[in-house]
Design a protein around this ligand. Structure first.
Ligand code: GLN
Ligand code: ZN
Length: 762
């Protein structure tokens, strides 16, 4: 029999129920029992919903009050000292201290979960870490579901992935702790088997990465040990990419079944041939990373072809999403405000599970059994292909006219530098900020009221102009050299542009967990992208009209627009990115034509778009860089193009960063005390200007001028003086004015101190 399975359900709940429970609890408005009961009710509702949709293998233990990697660390007793844990079950206080920090302790580090926009907490292990089972969480969840007459398939983050996602306090290899960890897994699995659990989903997402020989050996040791222990059947689960060169290894590891992501490359037939009969093959044919309805007829064809290759036919095949549905919103039917043609093309978690269930039935009982679902899928795809705006001849023509010259500035950087210096006349170590200023409650309220149509345009414009005028006035007063308008009109750096561009849609309830209670609703790129009208010109020009100093134009770059949206899957990502780049190019040109001398195009998401496997990097970076250049190269030599990135791990992509050919880049360096500038050292590595952040804006702490000057001296030891700009790490929208004013005053003072030092030395 073929089985319909899910790998993980969006945990935040309809209307973000879990978010509000958590935030109520943190604010002290909700007691622990109410939080726990609310979370349990949500789990139960999600299990029932999935079973009701025809899912046979309903996942459990993938729910979380914050993060599933943190849950694993807590279950395994991998809790550093200082968080109030004394052994035994981990209290909510300790759990949230690890997640969010508490008086006197910082939270664990947080980082991106593979190539998604979900963030996990990085377990911090001691060199001699001892693991202890604080609770058998998967067992508790399994029994909780059993009490509701539901049988679930517990999900466990596998031992090798758990360790590889962790960090050891002494910098050593976490995999060295594998032998200490395995007995706990054996015990968890044994207790599950005793409770009647038949299958466990063992997630090993590291299989989508390049692996060292040591990591491959660790997988072998781990699964030899776990399979030998006689627990439930393990479904070894890989996602976020094909197995590639790990295919033989994955097949050879003892397991009851193997799950593979089939949405990112075709190795289905190789797997069907390689996996011995009698083992379950779980086929991730429904994309868990996008929001589009699948072509059911085509997917059924794929499944049948695979079944035909298997000795046991369709029996032993599991139909599944490519990965957990954590990364997609809950229910497309909630999007009543969307154009029905677009809504009909969408599949969020609920719709994806219905697709999986239909495919499993179709595989089992034949096409006729799911004739309605197939017809609906065909109709939706036909309708979408023909819908106005999806394929636009005007945009195709503009794209076809793009040539190499359009991605090249008129002159190489040194000539541009001279032209810009002549035009701008900036001092050494020019000061600037990254774009946004504090988004006060007043501003948020006004923008929201404006969005709902509750206040008229004139009143909104008056308020906006007032904030910008104030911001310009006090930047001048402080003595900042290159000013910004403050981005008060933007709620979010991607959504603002998505709102203004053709081809993007904004959802109302399309929330996806980013971390903890924080959710984002990425825009959906559904059609060809174009700019119907200027997007930033008005407020930028207004700001420039108030001052004789240069005001920076501020745009979100094409790669970031792409990487922080759900992207259509009917044309290549690269093509979508080029369309965005062309639209932004028009905005850049308009800004330049209206006299804006410095234009910053932010690309904080460039790095995170890197493919998981190194082999894919060059191709991605090649088109990403070309798109940035297409957006920015259409201006004259005396217009400075700046870019900004919210990180500083550039060592391995330095060539691409240089190839962007920006005149200046601002990066995050304050926390790393400029050590991260090493990648930029020497004009050979990076030939243009650099603004290494001197203020860590992620913390409420306000550094003084001496501290910033010390950072700048470190920067001087790595860069030429003419290269250095002085700016904070990132935008200031999450800070408040009480922090921003003194910090920027200190920043200006630090720049002056450095100028004086240089003058004195000459
Ligand atoms: N210009 C944006 C801002 O200042 C940049 C934010 C970012 O890079 N994430 O808010
Ligand atoms: Zn930033």
């Amino acid at each position: 029999m073929s089985i319909a399975a899910n790998l993980g359900f969006p945990r935040i709940g309809a209307r973000r129920a879990l978010k509000f429970l958590l935030e109520g609890f943190w604010a002290g408005e909700i007691d622990p029992a109410t939080l726990q009961d609310g979370a349990a009710a949500l789990r139960a509702a999600h299990w029932r919903l999935q079973a009701g949709l025809g899912i046979g293998h309903v996942p459990s233990n993938e729910d979380s009050l914050y993060d599933h990697v943190l849950d694993m660390a807590c279950m395994l007793g991998a809790i550093p000292a200082g968080y109030g844990w004394q052994g035994g079950p981990v209290s909510l206080a300790s759990y949230f201290a690890l997640a969010r920090g508490a008086a006197g302790v910082k939270p664990l580090a947080m980082t991106k979960w593979f190539d998604t926009n979900y963030h996990y907490l990085v377990p911090l292990l001691a060199a001699d870490q001892r693991f202890t089972l604080t609770e058998n969480r998967p067992l508790a969840r399994f029994q909780e579901a059993r009490a509701l007459a539901l049988r679930t398939r517990p999900v466990l983050l596998g031992p090798v992935s758990f360790l590889m996602l962790s960090r050891r306090a002494d910098g050593g290899d976490p995999l060295a702790l594998l032998d200490a960890l395995l007995p706990l897994y054996t015990r968890i699995l044994g207790e599950l088997a005793d409770a009647g659990c038949v299958f466990v989903q063992m997630d090993e997402p590291v299989l989508a990465r390049d692996l060292s020989d040591a990591a491959r050996a660790a997988l072998r040791r781990a699964y030899d040990a776990l399979a030998g222990a006689g627990g439930p059947g393990l479904i070894l689960t890989s996602y976020f990419g094909p197995l590639g060169d790990h295919l033989d290894l994955a097949v050879s590891l003892p397991s009851a079944g193997l799950h593979v992501d089939l949405t990112r490359g075709g190795e289905a037939m190789a797997l069907a041939a390689a996996l011995p009969a009698g083992r379950l093959l779980s086929l991730g044919v429904i994309d868990g990373r996008n929001v589009w309805r699948a072509d059911l007829r085509a997917r059924l064809g794929d499944l049948r072809a695979i079944a035909a290759r298997r000795e046991d036919g369709a029996a032993g095949l599991i139909v599944a999403p490519s990965c957990s549905l954590l990364h997609v919103p809950l229910d497309a039917n909630e999007e009543r405000a969307l154009d029905p043609a677009l809504r009909g093309a969408l599949a969020f978690a609920v719709q994806k599970l219905a697709e999986i269930s239909a495919l499993a039935r179709g595989l089992e009982q034949g096409e006729a059994a799911i004739a309605d679902a197939l017809a609906a899928s065909d109709a939706a795809h036909r309708a979408r292909a023909a819908a106005p705006g999806v394929h636009r001849a005007d945009i195709a023509a503009r794209l076809a006219a793009v040539d190499e010259a359009m991605t090249r500035r008129a002159s190489p950087y040194p000539a541009r530098r001279a032209a810009q210096a002549a035009r701008l006349g900036l001092p050494l170590f020019p000061t600037t900020t990254i774009g946004s200023f504090p988004q006060t409650t007043e501003i948020r309220r006004l923008r929201a009221a404006h969005g709902r149509g509750e206040i008229d345009a004139a009143a909104y414009d008056r308020a906006m102009a007032g904030w910008i005028d104030d911001a310009i006035a006090w930047q001048e007063e402080l003595g900042i050299d290159v000013l910004v308008h403050g981005e008060f009109e933007r709620n979010d750096m991607v959504q603002y542009f998505a709102d203004a561009l053709d081809g993007f849609a904004i959802t109302r309830h399309g929330w996806v967990q980013s971390y903890g209670s924080r959710c984002v609703a990425p825009p959906i790129i559904w059609g060809d992208v174009a700019r119907p009208a200027a997007m930033t010109l008005r407020w930028t020009r207004h700001a420039q009209s108030r001052t004789a100093r240069p005001v920076k134009g501020m745009l979100t770059g094409p790669v970031t627009m792409l990487n922080w949206s759900f992207v259509r899957s009917d044309i290549p990502r690269e093509t979508v990115c080029r369309q965005i780049a062309l639209a932004l190019r028009e905005e850049v040109r308009d800004l330049a034509l209206s006299g804006i001398a410095v234009i910053q195009v932010d690309e904080p998401a460039l790095r995170e778009g890197l493919p998981l496997r190194r082999a894919g990097w060059a191709a991605y970076l090649d088109w990403a860089v070309r798109c940035f250049r297409l957006a920015t190269a259409g201006v004259g030599d005396d217009t400075a193009i700046h870019t900004h990135m919210c990180y500083s791990e550039f060592a391995d992509i330095m060539d691409a960063i240089a190839a962007l050919d920006a005149d200046a880049i601002s990066i995050e360096t304050a926390r790393g005390r400029m050590a991260l500038l090493d990648a930029f050292r020497g004009a050979d590595a990076y030939p243009a200007e650099i603004g290494p952040g001197v203020w860590d804006i992620h913390s409420p702490r306000v550094p003084d001028a001496a501290e910033m000057a010390a950072l700048l001296r470190r920067a001087r030891s790595r860069l030429a003086d003419w290269q250095i700009w002085v700016n904070p790490d990132c935008g200031l929208k999450t800070r408040n004015w009480a922090e921003v004013r003194p910090a920027l005053a200190a920043m200006v003072e630090a720049a002056r101190t450095l100028r004086a030092e240089v003058a004195a030395a000459e």
